[in-house]
Design a protein around this ligand. Structure first.
Ligand SMILES: C[S@@+](CC[C@H](N)C(=O)[O-])C[C@H]1O[C@@H](n2cnc3c(N)ncnc32)[C@H](O)[C@@H]1O
Length: 205
């Protein structure tokens, strides 16, 4: 791992993911999580303060980046439920099948190399009746913005730790084995190529 990835990227990602419009989005989805929660790509722990303490038993925070979860540890120490970190990618969830109530994923599907495999793993570990709650940025509906997303993507993903600007989020979720039961989308305030958000709830198909 280079010096940029180790020392600078985690701070850049934490800063960009802490923008007010993104934090506002978290408020819409994170309180829907309940029971035993698996958070995919927990990163610097920005969702932790938004969990509903009356609904959540424990959060398993999976992320391959120790540099990111190190930042999350301080938020984890302020909440009354356990947060356990798992240092692995979403493609390799080390949990038993049908063992969690909720999978939460925010601003992470853009960075997962094998989205199909990771989503299949998420579907596998959900209990019957369990839900995937998501909020992601992705491909914009306007051809002009989408053209910019496609143009900028190669350089953006290099400086952004693999983040892809132009992923078709709903299609990827469905190809990965889920049925979307509720979804909204819009541009949140900010730089348009990275601000078209999709958020909602999906269940294993
Ligand atoms: C843009 S950050 C978002 C962090 C956090 N979910 C949030 O909402 O602030 C993307 C996160 O995905 C993580 N990530 C990268 N590859 C991953 C993978 N294969 N599986 C799970 N998480 C991954 C990164 O380490 C990073 O923490």
């Amino acid at each position: 791992m280079g010096l940029y990835s180790k020392y600078i990227l985690p701070k850049v990602v934490h800063f960009t993911c802490s923008m007010k419009p993104n934090m506002y989005q978290r408020r819409k989805v994170v309180p829907l999580a309940e029971g035993l929660v698996l958070e995919i790509g927990i990163g610097s722990g920005l969702n932790i303060p938004y969990y509903d303490v009356g609904r959540v038993e424990k959060v398993l925070g999976l992320d391959p980046s120790r540099e990111m979860t190190r930042i999350a540890e301080s938020s984890a120490s302020t909440v009354p439920f356990d947060v356990e970190f798992i240092e692995l990618p979403g493609e390799e969830i080390p949990l038993e099948s049908q063992s969690v109530d909720t999978v939460l994923m925010t601003y992470t599907l853009c960075s997962i190399p094998d989205t199909g495999r990771a989503l299949q793993q998420m579907a596998r570990v959900l209990k019957p009746g369990g839900k995937l709650i998501f909020c992601e940025h992705g491909a914009a509906p306007d051809p002009k913005v989408l053209r910019w997303q496609n143009r900028l993507n190669p350089i953006w993903s290099r400086v952004g730790g693999g983040c892809q600007l132009n992923r078709e989020i709903p299609e990827l979720i469905e190809i990965g084995g889920f049925r979307i039961v509720d979804m909204e989308s819009m541009y949140i305030p900010g730089w348009r190529p990275a601000s078209f958000n999709y958020w909602g709830v999906a269940v294993p198909a």
